[in-house]
Write a protein that binds this ligand. Structure first.
Ligand SMILES: Cc1cc2nc3c(=O)[nH]c(=O)nc-3n(C[C@H](O)[C@H](O)[C@H](O)COP(=O)(O)OP(=O)(O)OC[C@H]3O[C@@H](n4cnc5c(N)ncnc54)[C@H](O)[C@@H]3O)c2cc1C
Length: 385
C-alpha cells in the first residue's frame, strides 16, 4: 500500500508529537511513525520546566498534561550530599513519568488528525527524498520529512552516517524507587564530574540518577552506587538503566534537503541542566511550521532554511550554555562555583531560575557571566592558605 501525505514525522515522542500536532493546526496531512506502540517507557528524569510548560500550552493547549505532573517548589542543592542550599519557594518544577506523558502527547497528535503508524517498524527510508517503507510493506511519501526519532536518530544516521558524537554526548544512569519522603527535588552538583545527580519526587515514588558529559564523567556506575546508598536506594543500583543525551552538541544546520531534525535528533539538550523536553516540543512545532510555510508557497526545498532561522534563538541559548558549563562543571572551577553558590542566596535563586527555565542564558549575557567569574575569583583568593 502507498500513502502520500504533506509531511512524514518519524518519532512520536515530545518532538514528533508536537510536530504532528502543529502541522495539523497548519492544515497539513501528517503521517506519524514510531517503532514503539504507546504507552512506552523512556528513560528520563521527567522534569518539566516553566519554559517547557509554556511550549506545551502553545502547542497542546493550556494546562496540557497538568494532571500527569507532581508540581513542587522545594529544591535542595547539595555537594555529594552536603547541603549547599535549601529553597522551599523555588520556581515551580513539574515532575512526570514519561510513559504516561508521552502517551498523552502522541494521543493528542492523533486526536488532531495525524495518521498514526505507531508500533510499526521502518524497513527502509530516504529522508532527504521524503520516503519511508514500513516493515509491513506500506510505502509513505511526503515533500517534507521531520526526524524526531531521538538521540540515536535513524533519520540523522541516514543523512550523516552517524546520529551523534559519543565523545561530546552525555551519558546518564537512572533508577526508579517506589518510596519517597516529601516532595523536595534534590540536585547534587558534585555527584559526578562534568554533570550532576538528581533525586526527583514523582506522584508515586522517586526517580534518581546522574549523568555527565562523555568520558570526562568517569565511572558512572560507581558514582551512581555512591549516590544511591545514602539516599536509601542502594538496593536499586543493580536495576539502573542508561541512555545518551546530546547535551549541547547541537547541529548548526538541523537537517538536509527536505529532511528536518527536531528534539534530541537535532542535539537540542541543555548541557548544564540536561533539559530536553521543552526544546523538543518547541523545535518540533517550529519544524512543522516551517514545513507548512514552505508548502504554502509551493517551495518544500525552503523548509530547512526557514526552520534554521526559526531555531536560531534556541541555538543561541545552547551556545551560551556551552560557554557557561565550564564555570559550573570544569573540575578546577567547580569547587569555587559551589562555594559561591553556598554563600550567596542570590546566586542560588538565579541558578534555580535557570534550571526551572524562568531565565534565559542569552538574557543573562556577558555581564552576568563576568560577574559570576569575578565572584569565583574572589572565592579563590579568599581560600585559606
Ligand atoms: C536519564 C535522562 C534523564 C533526563 N531527564 C530530563 C528531564 O528531567 N527533563 C528534561 O527536560 N529532559 C530530560 N532528559 C532529556 C529528554 O529525555 C529528551 O531531551 C527528550 O526525550 C527528547 O525528546 P524527543 O522527542 O526528541 O526524543 P525521544 O523522547 O527520545 O523520542 C524519540 C521517539 O522516536 C522513536 N524512534 C526511535 N527510533 C525509531 C525508528 N527507527 N523508527 C521509528 N521511531 C523511532 C522512539 O520510539 C521515540 O518514541 C533526560 C534524558 C535522559 C537520558
Amino acid at each position: 500500500m502507498s500513502r502520500t501525505h504533506d509531511l512524514i514525522v518519524v518519532g512520536a515522542g515530545p518532538a514528533g508529537a508536537s510536530a504532528a500536532r502543529a502541522a495539523r493546526a497548519g492544515g497539513l496531512s501528517v503521517a506519524l511513525v514510531d517503532k514503539a506502540a504507546f504507552p512506552r517507557d523512556k528513560l528520563c528524569g521527567g522534569g518539566i520546566t516553566g519554559r517547557c510548560r509554556q511550549h506545551l500550552d502553545a502547542v497542546f493547549g493550556t494546562g496540557f498534561a497538568a494532571g500527569l505532573c507532581l508540581t513542587t517548589t522545594h529544591v535542595r542543592l547539595t555537594d555529594r550530599g552536603r547541603p549547599l542550599g535549601d529553597l522551599p519557594d523555588a520556581p515551580p518544577i513539574h515532575m512526570t513519568m514519561r510513559r504516561d506523558f508521552d502517551a498523552a502527547l502522541a494521543s493528542a497528535a492523533v486526536a488532531a488528525g495525524a495518521d498514526p503508524f505507531l508500533g510499526r517498524r521502518i524497513a527502509a527510508m530516504d529522508p532527504a527524498a521524503g520516503t519511508v517503507r514500513l516493515a509491513d510493506g506500506t510505502a509513505l511519501s511526503a515533500p517534507v520529512l521531520i526526524g524526531a526519532d531521538g538521540v540515536a536518530s535513524p533519520v540523522a544516521k541516514a543523512l550523516y552516517g552517524r546520529a551523534f558524537d559519543p565523545a561530546r554526548t552525555a551519558l546518564a544512569l537512572e533508577v526508579e524507587v517506589p518510596d519517597r519522603d516529601g516532595v523536595a527535588v534534590e540536585i547534587d552538583l558534585a555527584a559526578v564530574p562534568w554533570g550532576y545527580g538528581w533525586d526527583f519526587p514523582k506522584a508515586q515514588g522517586r526517580t534518581l540518577g546522574l549523568g555527565g558529559i562523555g568520558r570526562r564523567a568517569g565511572d558512572l556506575e560507581a558514582a551512581l552506587a555512591a549516590f544511591l546508598a545514602p539516599r536509601g536506594a542502594g538496593g536499586a543500583a543493580a536495576a539502573c538503566k542508561g541512555a545518551f543525551l546530546p547535551a549541547g552538541d547541537y547541529r548548526r544546520t538541523p537537517g538536509r534537503g527536505r529532511a528536518l531534525l527536531a528534539g534530541d535528533a537535532a542535539g537540542l539538550v541543555d548541557p548544564i541542566t540536561g533539559e530536553g523536553i521543552g526544546w523538543a516540543v518547541l523545535s518540533g512545532a517550529l519544524a512543522a511550521r516551517a514545513a507548512a510555510d514552505a508548502l504554502a508557497v509551493g517551495a518544500p526545498d525552503t523548509a530547512l532554511a526557514r526552520y534554521r532561522r526559526a531555531l536560531a534563538p534556541v541555538h543561541r541559548e545552547l551556545a551560551w550554555a556551552n560557554r557557561l558549563k565550564h564555570l559550573v562543571y570544569a573540575p578546577r572551577l567547580r569547587p569555587l562555583f559551589l562555594r559561591v553558590l553556598e554563600r550567596e542566596p542570590e546566586v542560588q535563586r538565579r541558578f534555580l531560575a535557570l534550571l526551572a527555565g524562568e531565565r534565559d542564558y542569552a538574557d543573562m549575557g556577558l555581564a552576568s557571566f563576568r560577574r559570576m567569574a569575578g565572584r569565583m575569583l574572589r572565592a579563590a583568593l579568599a581560600r585559606p592558605a
